[in-house]
Design a protein around this ligand. Structure first.
Ligand SMILES: [Mg+2]
Length: 263
């Protein structure tokens, strides 16, 4: 029987969409090495960033900022916290996010990404403020902080440095307001994330996202530290036009249609 891309064809899930990406994150030496590469390179760049008071990593930063104390902004999920165990449960339970997400966060048992604790401890030693800016709900602030603290992340004596979505008025899913807030008191020298939205843009199209990434080519690896996350992200939601209401079958069809079988 042949499969053709006709209007009547219904895409059936043959395996879980997360199977390969989660196996790669949990079982490959490549993922470990990729994360370590990012964080070790970040430390090299940090020393240059601290010495150069004209250096900033935030498009929201407005001059003058040279005399402000330096800060690093890190996203949490798949940037410093490894939630692949949660993703593995989704595969085994044949379900999808957000099923069980809050329970997982409240377990506070995510592990640390390779190199993340070491890098941020070095930054801490150099007197750099570390802000954990996450789109986890404000109700998960406490458990997220506990998780980070247990793993030995610096500046986690209180939950003060963990900035969740909607923790304050104006702190929506678009992180630019939180970057702007931090930039008022600090010079943001580096930003780490696994999602373009952690650095710039929000609800952009696939083409706009590619353009934003290319426009800031010289920032990657020095100012902006991108960790690999093949499992999920705004790249996936952009394919779906940021519409979460599509059925499972339609979502899969859109993804098949987005494949590029040669140009
Ligand atoms: Mg993330």
């Amino acid at each position: 029987m042949s499969c053709s891309h006709t209007a009547t064809y219904v895409y059936h899930r043959q395996t879980h969409e997360l199977l390969h990406s989660v196996l790669w994150m949990q079982r490959s030496a490549e993922y470990y090495a990729a994360c370590e590469t990012v964080y070790m390179g970040a430390l090299d760049a940090l020393d240059r960033a601290l010495a150069d008071t004209s250096w900033t990593a935030a498009t929201e930063q407005k001059p003058p900022f040279g005399s402000k104390p330096p800060a690093i902004i890190v996203d949490c999920d798949e940037t410093v916290l490894d939630n692949s165990a949660y993703e593995a449960r989704l595969i085994l339970d044949k379900t999808s996010y957000p099923t069980g997400w809050d329970d997982w966060c409240n377990e506070a048992s995510a592990s640390a990404l390779p190199g993340a604790v070491e890098f941020l401890r070095e930054a801490d030693k150099r007197g750099v403020a570390v802000f954990y800016v996450t789109n986890r709900d404000a109700k998960l602030d406490e458990s997220t902080w506990q998780n980070l603290r247990t793993l030995g992340f610096p500046q986690t004596n209180t939950a003060e440095q963990v900035m969740c979505k909607d923790e304050r008025d104006g702190w929506g899913s678009d992180k630019s307001t939180r970057r702007d807030y931090i930039s008022r008191t600090h010079r943001i020298v580096q930003v780490a994330g696994d999602n373009l939205d952690d650095f710039i843009g929000y609800k952009k199209t696939t083409i706009e996202r590619e353009r934003l990434a290319k426009d800031h080519m010289s920032w990657w690896g020095t100012r902006w530290l991108m960790l690999p996350n093949p499992a999920y992200g705004s790249w996936e939601r952009a394919l779906l036009n940021h519409d979460n209401s599509a059925s499972d079958s339609l979502t899969l069809k859109i993804k098949y249609d987005a494949l590029v079988p040669g140009r």
